[in-house]
Design a protein. Structure first.
Length: 115
């Protein structure tokens, strides 16, 4: 349910960006506070560190540990073709909404949360 919820919030009524939408999708299972969701407004649209996809950035931030974060990143690059927002858009393999779904799905799969 978390990946579907994340997609629902991406550019929905609240106008959440990709990073915020992933956090919102896991709000209950990860006890994500609204303050943190608001803070992640700064990381959408390729504004995360190094231009990283905001959805991926958020999923990695919610991972249990660095090993799970690395697994999420490794699978994400296989599916999206890149890690950086600008490169993902250039390749056009996954649109932003699919990046949100993919990042949230990988987090759910890898650490088993957000059921």
């Amino acid at each position: 349910m978390a990946p579907e919820k994340a997609v629902k919030y991406f550019h929905g009524k609240e106008r959440y960006n990709c990073a915020q939408a992933v956090l919102k999708g896991f709000e209950e299972s990860h006890n994500v506070q609204q303050e943190k969701i608001d803070e992640f407004k700064a990381f959408g649209g390729g504004r995360a560190d190094g231009g990283l996809c905001g959805a991926l950035f958020a999923a990695k931030a919610l991972a249990k540990d660095s090993t799970d974060a690395e697994k999420i990143e490794a699978e994400f690059i296989e599916l999206a073709g890149a890690l950086k927002c600008k490169e993902i858009r250039k390749i056009a393999k996954l649109p932003c909404k699919e990046c949100v779904f993919t990042a949230a799905s990988l987090l759910k799969k890898i650490d088993g949360w957000g059921k």
